[in-house]
Write a protein that binds this ligand. Structure first.
Ligand code: AHR
Length: 495
């Protein structure tokens, strides 16, 4: 049975600009995320440029990835940057203590990371080792990356093949200090943050955005304490929130082969992002009413049971239509909070958790989540517009959940954009959207949907879920009228 919904998009008052960085990425040394997923080495038979696989670069360039956070995650707090520079044959072999004790060859280090972000056209977000390191080591790494002078570290960088300094746009001062970063209190973290940032010396005019470790989920006590004690040196504060259908990432459920109840539970859990962002924003408003400090959701995504036969410490999971809609719902939340949320980094780009890309040897698969990113590209740097939706809650399994999510914006080229997700796994929605304020002449649309809730792309079957042109939306006296299929995302371009 189709259900009905309505809405109105207003041209005024326009909201904030939607930072392109909310479509950012996170890539850690974890499982096959970097090694195999991004780095195959210059001698690989997999086509590559200086060791970085060309298929992955091509796919990431196509969706205008704005930023990649690296090298962790938990891994960042054990990373010695010196291990990853100089001739690769001489780099030390280490064990990745956080992630299954896997061998860490250090073949992918600072130079390879910057080569990668330059190849895909993204900005750098480097996470410093704070938990297990010193301000001196941080200062030296920063100097190695950014110094323009003739000093020893800059000369070492030049000897290692890079003459010009790299722009480090974002610098993370630690990771999950309440957890794998050292199990500290927010007061302890605030002191360490102030101490480390005191020894951060950017080149003139090149100051990075200094990102403080923020809370897990909705724990606003951390935000409050860190804002109270470290506001002065902070440009952004992070939050990490992962979606598990059980509400707990330690109790996982499969990425495919799930039922409608799991579908509903996943959306109920992922929608908590809105609650958490609102709560953290309120606390930040109290300390920083001018909204100088940004909120970065620099780890988010779905966390399911690993694929059978894979190492539980490698966090390799499939990715279905459900994940694409989870991504869309989260984009919508970030866009609705664009005044404060100015970056978000999905965990993680390739082969780890909610990936955009899966690889197996020379093969590459683009996931439904990849296509959600692709469909939202026009929202990068667009101006948010008010969209009021009136849609019923629906009962799925034993759970009540919202049926729709959506946002509107004006793109940088002047087009109006509307994204709508029908979250019902069973029913279409008969949608009537009042666009009279926009004076629209023409509509074009793309849809992402499939027959099964867990439809996914796999090796040898790589285009089960991908966007298609959708020509069933029509204009009637300034209203958009559309029958939107169950479990679908549509993005409309209105001229
Ligand atoms: O993304 C996987 C891990 O999740 C990260 O390393 C850590 O920061 C978080 O707990």
């Amino acid at each position: 049975e189709p259900f009905r919904a309505s809405g109105v998009v207003m041209a005024e008052p326009s909201g904030p600009v939607i930072s392109r960085y909310i479509f950012g990425q996170f890539s850690e040394h974890l499982g096959r995320g970097i090694y195999e997923g991004i780095w195959v080495g210059p001698d690989s038979r997999i086509p590559n440029v200086r060791g970085i696989r060309s298929d992955v670069v091509g796919a990431l360039k196509a969706i205008h990835v704005p930023v990649v956070r690296w090298p962790g995650g938990c891994f960042a707090d054990e990373y010695n940057w010196r291990d990853g520079i100089g001739p690769r044959s001489k780099r030390p072999a280490r064990k990745n203590n956080w992630w299954a004790g896997s061998p860490e060859t250090n073949a992918f280090g600072t130079h390879e990371y910057f080569d990668f972000v330059e190849q895909i056209g993204a900005d750098a977000y480097v996470s410093m080792n704070v938990g297990a390191s010193t301000p001196t080591e941080m200062r030296q790494w920063v100097e190695y990356m950014t110094s323009e002078a003739e000093d020893t570290l800059a000369q070492e960088r030049r000897r290692n093949g890079r003459d010009k300094p790299w722009p480090v746009k974002f610098i993370g001062i630690g990771n999950e200090y309440w957890g794998c970063g050292g199990k500290m209190t927010p007061q302890q973290y605030a002191r360490d943050f102030m101490r480390f940032t005191a020894f951060y010396h950017p080149q003139p005019g090149q100051a990075a955005t200094r990102v403080a470790v923020g809370a897990k989920n909705g724990l606003t006590g951390w935000t409050d304490a860190v804002m109270a004690e470290a506001l002065e040196n902070m440009d952004a504060l992070s939050v990490h929130y992962y979606t598990s259908p059980t509400g707990n990432v330690d109790v996982t459920k499969p990425a495919t082969g799930f039922d409608a109840q799991d579908w509903a539970d996943t959306f109920v859990q992922t929608l908590k992002m809105d609650e958490y962002v609102s709560a953290h924003s309120r606390v930040m408003d109290a300390h920083d009413p001018q909204k100088r400090v940004a909120l970065f959701i620099d780890e988010w995504g779905t966390w399911y049971t690993v694929e059978p036969g894979t190492d539980p410490g490698h966090l390799y999971q499939q990715n279905s239509l459900r994940d694409a809609l989870v991504a869309a719902v989260n984009f919508d939340i970030f866009i609705r909070h664009a005044d404060r949320v100015r970056m978000a980094n999905i965990a993680q780009t390739v082969n780890v958790l909610q990936s955009l890309i899966l690889t197996r040897g020379p093969q590459m698969v683009l996931t439904p989540t990849y296509y959600a990113y692709q469909m939202y590209v026009p929202f990068q740097e667009a101006t948010a517009l008010p969209l009021r939706l009136a849609a019923p809650d629906i009962k799925v399994g034993t759970t009540w959940m919202p049926s729709l999510s959506g946002v509107a914006a004006r793109a940088t080229n002047g087009d109006y954009l509307v994204a709508l997700s029908n979250l019902s796994p069973h029913d279409a929605v008969e949608m009537r959207l009042d666009l009279r304020d926009l004076h629209v002449q023409a509509i074009s649309a793309q849809i992402l949907t499939a027959d099964d809730m867990d439809a996914h792309n796999d090796f040898g079957r790589s285009d089960t879920v991908k966007p298609h042109t959708f020509d069933e939306a029509r204009l009637e006296n300034g209203y958009l009228v559309v029958m939107q299929p169950a479990k679908s995302l549509i993005v409309l371009t209105l001229k």
